[in-house]
Design a protein around this ligand. Structure first.
Ligand code: F6P
Length: 359
């Protein structure tokens, strides 16, 4: 093992730089060179690289985002030149292999979520040595207990809830906080509990409007004239659909969710006659410095990925299992999302507290 390439693909999340730093430092200890690929698979197709040494990773541990840049719409197997014709896609995966070969790269470390790791797996099928590293604030990747970035997003959302509590109480209002997470309710569930929400609505449990609205009445009867709702962007009413904000051409999943908070807010205000406000936390959940937990997890993933490459354990992804970092086949992590199961102990704890889950 003489040279590694690393890329960050898909939506960014706190901790990406911590992984890159760990990879470079660990590799350096073993005399392995590292190059970064710019803007995810875009740079892999176009051959856009930058050398990564001690100098480049110095001071990046606390920094949010990724020093490499990222992209969540560039797929080498269906590559679109957005400057020309956005409706035409071509297979440029051979270009990726050719660029890496020309750079004498022995293995690619792909830091990504479901979409980016799926591409990594396809490249592995074409003979490329690949190791996957699981990232996403959504925590929706199979085969790992946790992705890095998730805990930081939860922390950020919890802080927002603390702030919303004081204003909701002062004005006797309902305040709805809409959170990210795509089709999974992990961020909403954890942040809702940590932030003392009265109602938490997640995609896995379609909600019944009357049950949710009655929660406000029940609280009023107990003298609580305000309520805090946490609504995952993928939440939907029983028998209804998720709210799609827009469609994005070129993405593996073209649907960008958003808007359920506003929809529910209008309905709740009309039904309960309680003034209602909606906050959409959005990309604040993705930006900024990773908390200590994610810095440690990201660092462990980076170190383990280099070790896996040195052992020749290709086609695998580093994963957290209990307290341990293990290697699992990438194929176990992709194509099926890890949703909140109905027997999840954290969900059970929320129910035990009397938090309304909408069912
Ligand atoms: O997957 C991470 C995520 O932040 C989701 O929670 C959210 O649905 C999506 O990405 C937003 O994507 P974009 O950055 O394109 O708005």
């Amino acid at each position: 093992m003489r040279k590694l390439a690393v890329l960050t693909g898909g939506g960014d999340c706190p901790g990406l730089n911590a992984v890159i730093r760990a990879i470079v430092k660990k590799a350096d200890k073993h005399g392995i060179e590292v190059i970064g690929i710019k803007d995810g698979y875009h740079g892999a197709v176009e051959g856009d690289f930058l050398p990564l040494g001690y100098q480049e990773v110095s001071g990046i541990l606390p920094r949010g985002g990724t020093i490499l840049g990222t992209s969540n719409r560039d797929n080498p197997f269906a590559y679109v030149d957005y400057n020309k014709d956005a409706t035409v896609s071509v297979d440029r995966s051979d270009d990726v292999l050719a660029h890496l070969k020309a750079q004498n790269v022995d293995a690619l470390l792909a830091i990504g979520g479901d979409g980016s790791l799926h591409i990594a797996l396809e490249l592995a099928h074409k003979g490329l040595n690949v190791i996957g590293i699981p990232k996403t604030i959504d925590n929706d990747l199979m085969a790992t207990d946790q992705t890095f970035g998730f805990q930081t997003a939860v922390d950020t959302a919890q802080e927002a809830l603390d702030r919303l509590h004081t204003t909701a109480e002062s004005h006797h209002r309902i305040i709805i906080l809409e959170l990210m997470g795509r089709y999974a309710g992990w961020i909403a569930l954890y942040a809702g509990i940590a932030g003392g929400a009265d109602v938490i609505l997640i995609p896995e449990i379609p909600y019944q409007f009357d049950k949710v609205a009655k929660a406000v009445d029940m609280r009023a009867q107990k003298g609580k004239k305000f309520s805090i709702f946490v609504v995952a962007e993928g939440a939907r009413p029983l028998g209804g659909e998720m709210v799609i904000e827009r469609q994005i051409i070129g993405r593996a999943d073209p649907f960008k969710l958003g808007g359920i908070g506003t929809k529910l807010g209008k309905e709740l205000e009309a039904y309960t006659k309680t003034e209602t406000r909606v906050t959409v936390l959005g990309h604040i959940q993705r930006g900024g410095s990773p908390i200590a937990y994610d810095r440690v997890l990201a660092t462990r993933y980076g170190v383990a990925a280099v070790e896996a490459a040195m052992e020749g354990d290709f086609g695998s992804m580093v994963a957290l299992r209990g307290q341990d970092i293990i290697q699992v086949p990438i194929s176990e992590a992709v194509d099926k999302l890890k949703l909140v199961p109905m027997n999840d102990p954290v969900l059970a704890a929320a129910r035990s507290l009397g938090i309304i889950m909408g069912d």
